[in-house]
Design a protein around this ligand. Structure first.
Ligand code: ADP
Ligand code: MG
Ligand code: MG
Length: 910
């Protein structure tokens, strides 16, 4: 409807149209940081900086609301938009003292994308807009620099052809390369004016040929087309992929900023750069950045020439340098965060073109957060919220052993620390394809572009031969927490041959290399890695986390070694000891098999008695390691056939011996094994004879385990003190009150017996897993016989969805792709369904027993969003694998900061 209106009608309507355009110039802006959703990150911060008095070229920002109206209106401008653009263009021309399309004093503008969340390089930007065959001459006269004017024009044709007209950028680059070859120019900056003129003619011809239209000469038309193209770049494949990887909403849309161009390509007193207020790789408080003389913005990011460190400006342009330092300090103080700043120097004058909070490695995130608290820039709460819990994983990743003797074949710039080994691939598609098959790959490129993001995501690490520490590859890799080495000049990539040469070494696709992201070294093959040490800042941050969180973090550990590791990583107890793992030991498995093969109770008891000392020994080690902290031990859970050899193998051996007629004794044994297996094997073992069902039908097993636990507890208590051993005996797979009542009675009988025997009164508690949906529903009654619940969300998820954990792979990828499931429910707790059972279980359980301790011990216990949920539903603790403990500690603190809960529950029962 709207588009059918006449101009008159639409202008009448525009009285009511929302404000679609926000102006900024000369120290005054209509927008501000607070308007980020409406003006996008770039637009709102340009406005904010303008208001701060930072030198920003004048311009205006078209809102995301305009984008939404344009997009939902079938790519038509909503009423009032264009009128507002034209009016603000007039204001911009007045501020700049030049006019768009004016042949004598032409105004050139950039048309920039900008969403509310930073999506670096994913959407499009058009630079040097406003040039045509006439204005280029005016620009040359005005600047008295013909080469510059034609350089801008050929850049404009390239970028406009690419972004607006959809012509492959490569075609323009080929023209440039040919011109460079013809004129013997080493870099773009050496191509002489005449050759640039020729390039403009060739570029226009290319446009005519590919787009079947003349290159548009009307600057207003150029502007309209560019605005629409930037709107549309929200839907570019790379942008859509980026949002999917980073879980950003498709609905936000992009704002469009139109601003006066400033020129870094006006000679040796001009240039362009990117800088960070602190080192984004380590977090060290030092000015960090890069600068290219005589270049325009994208040249730095694209890694076309390798830039020099920003310190070089100190020599070249001392005044500009000190101004820049003052501005970056000002911006960091203002935003109270590390800033990533784009700047351009035009003939000795500094302009700031963008600021945003800098993407950083986890190490840098931790260090800056802690140091900024010490500098009183931010408080602890902000510091804790500033580090993404999952990103801590990076810090816990292994790195190349500094003591190892390695020979590197090349060295580049260390862009993102850590180490990565994998098979070399040379393009994004192959990286994704091989990673999909489970291969570890290293993506090797001359330089990366936004099209490579999917491949970078799939790769273990990224190596480029060109570009600096602020190049696309470096920025994106840091954001992803990927190991990355850039600008390794010795690496010569031959994409066609699928190989690279580094000195005398030729490395082909598929060969394994290792990157050291901390030193920039590239090595052939794999090299020894070590566990990284925790920095003091990480320890500090996690200490703050512990004093903040009300939900405690425990670990799942089956051995004394794991328990010690968990404690070192800050676990406040063991939430799950799986006793079956103790049955699998080399000397033990024959005894376990004997127990299973036993024909009668007596024989079974004999085998069980032999297992007792082994179990006791394990528990002693764990109790000692966890002195002073609670330890939850789960009685045997898996079905017995898991301890026997595979039926298929037994049958094979049996039939072979049968056929050969040899080794009659072994033949006989195999026959018995086969017969026993036939009895034990179940159609559906996950729903079969396991957990407390097993303990109830073979009481000798649980009795032995309880005895081993209590004997160990008493022995350790005698050594280190009664208060320091806290066994919590846990019954698996309870589904009915009767099961709970019976197993509790069995447990207490043995435990009391041992306490009497040993003459030392170690307090213990008895509780249960809640992992069968029915148990959650009857939790109120089960709690009559349980002092604690531990939600086994792996089984609970399996039984609530009816998805077999082992078979989900067949349909899960499809479900995720079609968005039938938001995430793998075995990785991220399904709060809506499984979570509802958890909520019910806790509520009903605590109604019966207000002191009920509640925890979780499924895989979800270390996943940040699930930890937050556990906190919200009032769990006493979460328990996760030892290596996830730091992540869970931070996640628990963040959960408390987001939704405060009174702490006493956690402390008293934790
Ligand atoms: P991206 O979001 O991909 O970084 P930008 O909109 O920031 O895209 O622009 C790309 C490059 O062009 C940047 O280096 C930027 O500094 C430069 N640039 C943008 N607008 C101008 C301008 N008005 N004058 C000079 N350079 C500009
Ligand atoms: Mg930018
Ligand atoms: Mg289970």
């Amino acid at each position: 409807m709207a588009h059918a209106r006449t101009r008159k009608q639409s202008s009448r309507k525009s009285a009511k149209a929302p404000q679609y355009v926000y102006f900024f110039a000369n120290g005054k802006a209509e927008g501000s940081s607070a308007m980020r959703p409406l003006l996008g990150g770039k637009g709102s911060e340009l406005a904010e900086m303008t208001n701060l008095g930072v030198p920003v070229p004048p311009g205006f920002t078209i809102t995301t609301e305009a984008w939404a109206a344009y997009t939902s209106g079938g790519k038509k401008h909503p009423a009032g938009l264009w009128g507002q653009v034209v009016a603000n263009l007039a204001r911009l021309e007045a501020a700049a003292g030049r006019r768009l399309g004016d042949p004598d004093q032409p105004l050139l503008v950039s048309v920039r994308s900008g969403a509310r969340a930073s999506m670096p390089g994913m959407m499009d930007t058009v630079l040097n807009l406003g040039l045509n065959d006439k204005t280029v001459l005016g620009l040359a006269r005005q600047t008295r620099n013909e080469r510059f004017a034609w350089d801008c024009y050929r850049r404009f044709i390239t970028i406009f052809g690419d972004v607006v007209l959809g012509i492959e950028r490569r075609a323009f680059d080929a023209l440039l390369d040919a011109a460079k070859a013809r004129t013997g120019a080493k870099t773009d900056a050496d191509v002489p004016a005449d050759a640039l003129k020729g390039l403009v003619t060739e570029g226009k011809r290319l446009v005519q040929e590919k787009a079947r239209q003349a290159f548009p000469q009307d600057p207003t038309e150029q502007l309209r087309l560019a605005i629409n193209a930037v709107f549309d770049s929200w839907w570019a494949k790379k942008a859509v992929d980026y949002r999917r990887i980073n879980r950003l909403s498709d609905d936000w849309g992009t704002a469009v900023t139109v601003m006066a161009m400033v020129f870094g390509n006006l000679g040796d007193t001009s240039g362009t750069g990117v800088c960070f207020s602190r080192d984004p790789s380590t977090g060290e408080k030092r000015f960090f950045g890069e600068f290219l003389v005589n270049a325009q913005g994208e040249d730095v990011v694209a890694g076309i020439r390798t830039p020099e460190p920003v310190d070089g400006l100190k020599r070249r342009m001392p005044k500009v340098y000190s101004r820049l330092v003052a501005i970056k300090d000002r911006l960091e103080r203002h935003y109270r965060d590390m800033q990533d700043i784009e700047f351009t120097v035009q003939e000795g004058r500094l302009f700031i073109l963008q600021t945003r909070s800098g993407k950083r490695t986890a190490a840098a995130a931790v260090r800056t957060a802690v140091e900024m608290v010490k500098e009183k820039l931010i408080n602890r709460k902000t510091a804790l919220l500033r580090v993404e819990p999952a990103s801590l994983n990076q810090l816990l990743h292994p790195m190349v052993d500094p003591a190892a003797k390695v020979t590197s074949i090349a060295k580049g710039l260390p862009a993102a620390p850590g180490a990565a080994s994998g098979k070399v691939v040379f393009d994004s598609e192959r990286a994704v394809e091989w990673a999909h098959k489970g291969e570890k790959v290293i993506l090797v490129r001359a330089e990366t572009s936004p099209e490579d993001v999917a491949g970078m995501h799939a790769a273990e690490g990224v190596l480029t031969s060109r570009g600096g520490l602020t190049s696309h590859a470096a920025v994106v890799a840091r954001g992803m927490g990927k190991c990355c080495v850039v600008g390794a000049g010795d690496v010569i990539v031959d994409e066609e041959k699928r190989a690279f040469q580094a000195g005398r070494t030729l490395v082909r696709e598929g060969q394994v290399i290792t990157l050291n992201g901390s030193t920039g070294e590239v090595m052939v093959g794999t090299v020894p890695l070590i566990e990284p040490a925790w920095s003091n800042e990480l320890k500090q941050l996690l200490h703050w986390a512990d004093t903040t969180a009300t939900t405690k973090v425990r670990a799942n550990a089956d051995t004394p070694k794991q328990a010690r590791e968990a404690r070192e990583k800050g676990a406040r107890g063991i939430g799950l000891v799986r006793t079956e793992h103790m049955f699998f030991g080399e000397e033990r498995i024959p005894i376990v098999r004997e127990m299973i093969m036993a024909r009668d109770e007596q024989a079974r008891q004999k085998a069980v008695d032999r297992l007792l000392p082994f179990q006791r020994e394990d528990f002693v080690g764990i109790f000692e390691a966890m002195a002073g902290l609670p330890v939850t031990i789960r009685l045997l859970d898996p079905p017995l056939h898991e301890f026997l050899p595979k039926y298929k193998d037994v049958i094979e051996d049996y039939t072979r011996l049968d056929a050969l007629g040899i080794n009659p004794q072994r033949h006989h044994e195999l026959g018995e094994l086969k017969a026993r297996l036939e009895v034990l094997i179940e159609a559906n073992p996950m729903l079969g004879h396991r957990g407390c069902r097993l303990g109830i039908t073979f009481p000798e097993i649980y009795d032995m385990q309880v005895r081993a636990i209590m004997e160990a507890a008493c022995a350790v208590a005698r050594k280190i003190g009664v208060g320091k051993v806290e066994p919590e005996i846990m019954i698996p797979l309870t589904g009915t009150v009767a099961e709970m009542k019976l197993t509790r009675e069995m447990t207490v009988a043995v435990a009391e017996h041992v306490v009497d025997e040993m003459g030392i009164k170690v307090p213990y508690s008895v509780g249960t897993m809640i992992e069968v949906p029915r148990a959650a529903l009857v939790a109120g009654r089960i709690a009559e016989f349980a002092e604690f619940f531990s939600f086994g969300t792996n089984d609970l998820t399996q039984m609530t969805f009816g998805y077999s954990r082992d078979d989900i792979g067949k349909f899960l990828p499809f479900y995720l792709d079609k968005k039938l499931l938001a995430a793998d429910p075995f990785a991220v707790l399904d709060q809506e369904g499984v979570g509802e059972l958890v909520r019910i279980g806790i509520e009903r359980g605590r109604k019966t027993n207000p002191k009920l301790k509640v925890g979780i011990c499924g895989e979800h216990g270390g996943e940040p969003s699930s930890v937050e949920f556990c906190h919200q539903v009032g769990m006493t603790y979460v328990s996760c694998s030892p290596f996830m403990v730091p992540i869970a500690r931070l996640a628990a603190a963040q959960a408390q900061l987001k939704e405060p809960r009174r702490g006493s529950g956690g402390k008293r029962h934790g």
